[in-house]
Design a protein around this ligand. Sequence first.
Ligand code: F6P
Length: 373
Amino acid sequence: MTQHIGVLTSGGDCPGLNAAIRGLGKVAREHYGMRVMGFLNGFRGLAQDQTVELDGAKLSGILTDGGTILGTSRDKPHRMSIGGKELDMTDAIIATYHRHHLDALVCMGGGGTQKNALRLAEAGLNVVTLPKTIDNDIALTDRTFGFDTALQIATEAIDRLHSTATSHERIIVVEVMGHRAGWLAVAAGIAGGADVILLPEIPYDVEKIASAIRRRTQSGKRFSIVVVAEGAMSMDDARLVQGLVQVRDAADTKPRRIEAKDKLRKFHDAHVGHTIGLTRALEQLTGQESRLTILGHLQRGGTPSAADRVFATWLGTECAAALDEKQYGVMLALQGTTLKRVPLAEVAGRIRQVPLDHPLIISGRRVGTAFGD
Ligand code: F6P
């Protein structure tokens, strides 16, 4: 019997999605004789039955393209804005799945997607996921696709900022993405020879950063590059967040939990743009002219690196094999040099941060990079 497979991409886009769709689609169709259908704009397409047949023509010529031919969104199956109202679309999704006689659904996405995919698996759908995000923060996989390209873009930006920082004898603060994890910041910071790297995993003291910069000035180095992960925070802010997380996790009533969650959300909303304040503070503390560059969505755009094309293709083709073996409820994960099928339930809801004893942090410290602690 021909297997009928649905595919969607969800969450923030990243380079390599098309390579993964192509790898999966080609092998599923040509090797296993499956029929492959794409759903548009993440879980929304599944809820509203927006489809595209992934035939040979659609799968051809997309390997090197950035973004996703399927479109994406941050919509959640159980809380989707439809006609101005937030609705639970799980039943509509299940109905679409059965209307198309799907045998399985492949969800390519980051942390949020893994959680949503698990919800659908628990609602009875056969689901397999792939780990995609420039943040590299998905549990149980050593790598996610999109990360390598973003790392390359961020590193090139830091290289370019070096010459202008030197010419003007300035401090240049560079904010990189990464959500609540510092993989992109630490890797790009080391590759680009940053003088200071600030990560969510290591709360900083702005005085210590200023001292590190003053020491550089005293030794004759009249410029500094400070790479900051968007999720990095001061020691005071980190204590505040930790307190709120404790209240949320220990809350004995729903209203108390909601209140703590609300405060946490407000904190994170207000934290966007924190590097503006940090840049000003460094200028005041050191007396040295400072500038800020926020790399933003540049890091997610454009053609995937060779490494991401290879990795995403491997994941896609291996996913087709898992579907052929009817192995569901799993995410494909890189562990060492092999791809493993790990239970979705063990991935969803967890984030993988940079361990404090990770070789990236240790080697950064050894070459004299300050981490603000
Ligand atoms: O998860 C990928 C990511 O690029 C994060 O690094 C960043 O915090 C977030 O997405 C930005 O999301 P959006 O594109 O929705 O603004």
